[in-house]
Write a protein that binds this ligand. Sequence first.
Ligand code: EPU
Length: 421
Amino acid sequence: MKKFVVRGGFRLNGDIYVSGMKNAALPIIFACILNKGKNILHNVPWVSDIMLSADILRALGAKVERTSDDDMIIDTESIVSQCAPYEYVSKMRASTYLIGAMLARFGEAMVGMPGGCDFGDRPIDQHVKGFEGLGAKISFVDGSLRADAGDGLVGGSIYLDAASVGATVNIMIASVFAKGTTVILNAACEPHIADLANFLNRCGADICGAGTNKIKIHGVSELHPCEYTISPDMIEAGTFMVAAATAGGCVNIRNIIPEHLETVTAKLAETGVGVEVFDDYITVTSNNKFRGVTIKTWPYPGFPTDMHPQFSAMLCYAEGISTISEGIWEGRFRYVSELKKMGAMIDISGNSARIMGGLPLVGATVGAMDLRAGAALVIAALAAKGTSEISGVEYIERGYYELDKKLRGIGAEIYLVDDGQ
Ligand code: EPU
């Protein structure tokens, strides 16, 4: 079993480099299915979810190659219409993007139900509503979703009841070749949506409004492959900002787009930590003394749910009481029981956590239950007294590329240990 061993109490100093955005790379990788050729992607984070998506494409007939630390070549010409292996798609939420991509390219798709981090119920009703809005017939057969475009998809106006990232991605991908114009209303506005639209437009699609809550997709007859650089990962960047603030020190978080991090930056500044924003990096300076704050997670540009657990860990060390209300995932508080093993005092009531700050946390044996929960435990351990052992590294590796190595580069004492069990 793999675990991180973290010796707490060391300040962090220096430069840390952010990888490409997992949640942009995933839809872009699946969108390559549409253009039937050889795509070159740069700034790809080689995390396990990306490797899994590469395996899914290979199983469908694509050639996928890792050409360097962060480059990838995907040739989708020889993909054939078939059902992707369930053991792959069931491990990852982004495998739903296969539905939109196969439907657009082949007029049909059959995909097993997706997996991904467990935050309680993760419905796909808005994806289904979108496909149906384009004229596809949807049915559920033996635990798989079957989509059939019949005589071809036709653009329409689709209002999302929740500003879902996944549904917005899937409808954008599915509608690229649809006749006429598709309009997505109450679309997700996350930077990864804009990144996907930029990639598709580079391939010849006609999409406007991505990054706002109204996206228009004018159908085109074909796409060509392209070369594209994935945007930096705002959640990895935010995680490093919070790690620096919590452990103390002075860290430059480099290779980022600071505009994507404005709410995280504003919230950190509210705690009293020093945050300086430059063109493509942010400097966080902290003497470990900061105040409690109130946070509510919202869809972008609101405070990101994927930064909630990391802030909880930080706020255990803050002066005063903090509150975090979760507005996206009902089951996002499962990290709390683990932080309590380190001495945290957190009360959960409904979708809110009340965090009593200022208690010194002590190292403990804890387990990550999902990706960002794992990041939160690492942050808590970096500032705790003594040594922590964090299991569930496989969750952390879904979204953080070489987290231990990157953190050691700025002075953290964190080591990956595999006891082979
Ligand atoms: N929702 C519905 N119906 C749907 C889809 C979503 O009601 O058909 C609801 C969900 O229950 C949730 C809200 O809409 O309350 C938002 O869900 P969304 O569809 O936006 O989430 P997702 O696409 O499944 C992506 C990220 C998550 C991130 C969320 C929210 C990817 C691969 N995953 O998930 O990232 O938490 O958006 O920003 O992009 C992570 O990276 O750690 C992670 C979990």
